[in-house]
Write a protein that binds this ligand. Sequence first.
Ligand code: KDG
Length: 311
Amino acid sequence: AVDLLTFGEALVSLRTAGPIVTGGALTPHLAGAEANVAVGVARLGHRAAFAGRVSDDELGEFLLRQLRAEGVSLEHVVRDPDRPAGLMFLERRTADLTRVIYQRAGSAGSAVSVEDLRPALAAGARVLHLTGITAALSDGAREATRWAAVTAARAGTLVCLDVNHRTKLWSRDAARAALADIVGHASVVVASADELDLVGTAGADELTVVAELLDRGVSTVLVKLGGDGARAYTREGVRQAAAVPVTAVDTVGAGDAFTAGYLSGHLDGLDLAGRLRRAVTLGAFVVGGHGDWETLPRRDELSLLNDVQPG
Ligand code: KDG
């Protein structure tokens, strides 16, 4: 069994240096929240596996090569000869404004199915990482996400759901309806403050949604607060962690880094304070550099931004 299993759509992110309409260079990067988390966990020396469907062409090869180079296990990836790789254009409109355009409808990644995931779930993992993005991609991907949550929870795997709402993929109401079937199987739920009511009653405040989640059997609710750090709720109460102060260069991927850090801390057996510390530390590494995941730390680099080590 691996330490962490994740699945979803690995995207080719084409980054611009300026406005798309004026043209210029596009540089391809591996992206996708689940791929980012797999890389974050693997860089810290845990065994991470990425599953799902990847196009059987040069772009798919590019995605797998990036993941392989980061030491992510790809044993359970399914290649799709008929569907293209999902694309994401990340337009640097101005220094402070980035915009996303997706071309991912009908992609290989969006066609992930229960059958695709059976071998990976059978092989087992200590942690299963899921995001609301996968649930938004297609009916089959939503069912695969729900099935994986149920199957892993039954096997005693820690299931982590990161809400990751993408307004360009679905409405808040559609997300809330779909995630309601998944969140009850999760032990750890990660959301930014504005995403929290997508896993609870519409319009309900933070404490109400947290109480609903703890009632449903979720053991830890992590609320990401960006530059203000994060809050973690458990049945014992709430704990707040400040963000690690850094110069923010590019916030894309910071939430995934946060989740990877939290789950790495879990795998290391850290207490809640240590897990949160590692989460905000990984977030800081990614906020402080360009790219979704490129600046994630190796284990020997954690202490550069003051993370605590086990023992
Ligand atoms: O979390 C960063 C993601 O936004 C990015 O990597 C792409 O997964 C992605 C998405 O669907 O937006």
